[in-house]
Design a protein around this ligand. Structure first.
Ligand SMILES: NC(=O)c1ccc[n+]([C@@H]2O[C@H](COP(=O)([O-])OP(=O)(O)OC[C@H]3O[C@@H](n4cnc5c(N)ncnc54)[C@H](O)[C@@H]3O)[C@@H](O)[C@H]2O)c1
Length: 322
């Protein structure tokens, strides 16, 4: 298989690239390197391109033909929720515009397999302990909206010209499959706590009065290597004649609270740091955890790693970087 991976220089994409290469697939990465790092890619072919640029359809078409691309994993996106609230046009331009260009190039060149990086942000603030894919999506920020629109675009392309697609709704991604593929962005809980430890600050916890067992928010943390494997399972699924589903939660099905994550970080780092409890943030539901029955039953994929492995691998990657 020859797979085009958009956003392959990113944190998650670089794991997908490495797994595809390890199983012998040809890989071409298209990335604008806005947050991606070339050194994550080893000898993978790299094309420097912003998917939202005016010449993207033409360049993608050339790439597809030159490398005989037969399937696409589309991870390239801007992903900062707060920034998406401040600059919604830019998020629509990059995430929706970029996907429109990608779909045009795929259609024009008869590439009909797409695995799309969606997000649990499509659900918004669900009032249930574990969400199934059939729950109505009500994203509460432009970032989540661009992901839901991406799913609609894929569904419309399936109707219009027979695209085969799988939307993977990632929950909270953390850890590192290899020490050189750390999450270097300080946006999610684990890197935020690591950065605070590095700077000798007490990490902030937003809210300890939620209706959860220990008062802090509960999330479903999935190891990035398990998540990357789900992409390979989804690509294989798209080759089947019988396909009953298009959208899959990717999580473990087990929630961990912010305090549990912090305890695991204390254990892994051997540092007994203090925390600072701040008021709740707007837009944080008490629980956001995946019901994973569909992906387990349909793709035969199941997360192998739990919270301890996630934190240990993240800390090993952090330690090797410093
Ligand atoms: N990290 C998470 O917890 C999480 C959760 C849910 C969904 N996602 C989604 O997974 C995908 C990958 O996320 P990540 O955490 O690896 O982020 P990342 O920022 O590390 O990776 C994104 C990659 O896409 C590239 N990129 C961004 N916009 C582009 C554009 N317009 N054209 C070409 N390249 C572009 C970046 O340079 C980067 O290499 C994103 O679509 C993100 O929305 C991530």
């Amino acid at each position: 298989m020859s797979v085009l991976v958009t956003g392959g220089a990113g944190y998650i994409g670089s794991h997908v690239v490495r797994l595809l290469q390890n199983r012998g697939d040809e890989v071409v990465v298209v990335d604008d390197f806005s947050t991606g790092l070339a050194e994550r890619l080893g000898d993978a072919t790299q094309i420097h391109l912003n998917l939202a640029s005016t010449d993207a359809v033409e360049v993608l078409g050339d790439v597809i033909r030159e490398y005989g691309v037969t399937a696409v994993v589309h991870l390239a996106a801007r992903k900062q929720v707060g920034q998406s609230v401040e600059q919604p046009e830019e998020y629509y331009r990059q995430n929706v515009g970029g996907m429109a260009n990608l779909l045009s190039a795929m259609r024009e060149n008869s590439v009909d397999r797409l695995v799309f990086s969606s997000s649990a942000a499509t659900y918004g603030m669900p009032d249930v302990p574990a969400v199934t894919e059939d729950l109505e999506c009500r994203p509460i920020n432009p970032y989540g909206e661009t992901k839901l629109i991406g799913e609609w675009m894929a569904a419309d392309s399936a109707r219009a010209w027979g695209l085969r697609h799988a939307n993977l709704r990632y929950f909270n991604v953390a850890g590192a499959g290899w020490p050189d593929l750390a999450d270097t962005a300080v946006l999610n809980l684990v890197p935020i706590v690591f950065a605070a430890i590095r700077d000798g600050r007490a990490p902030k916890v937003f809210g300890d009065d939620y209706a959860t067992p220990d008062g802090s928010c509960v999330r479903d943390y999935v190891h990035v290597l398990d998540l990357a494997e789900a992409h390979l399972a989804a690509l294989d699924y798209l080759d089947r004649d019988e396909r009953t589903e298009t959208t899959f939660n990717v999580g473990t099905g087990t929630g961990s609270s912010v305090f549990e994550v912090i305890d695991q970080i204390r254990r892994a780092t051997g540092q007994d740091f203090e925390i600072e409890v701040s008021p709740r943030r707007a837009g944080d539901p008490p629980y956001l955890c995946a019901d994973v029955s569909r992906i387990e039953a349909t793709l035969g994929w199941k997360a192998k790693n739990g919270l301890a492995e996630i934190i240990d691998s993240a800390w090993a990657a952090e330690a090797s970087a410093s």
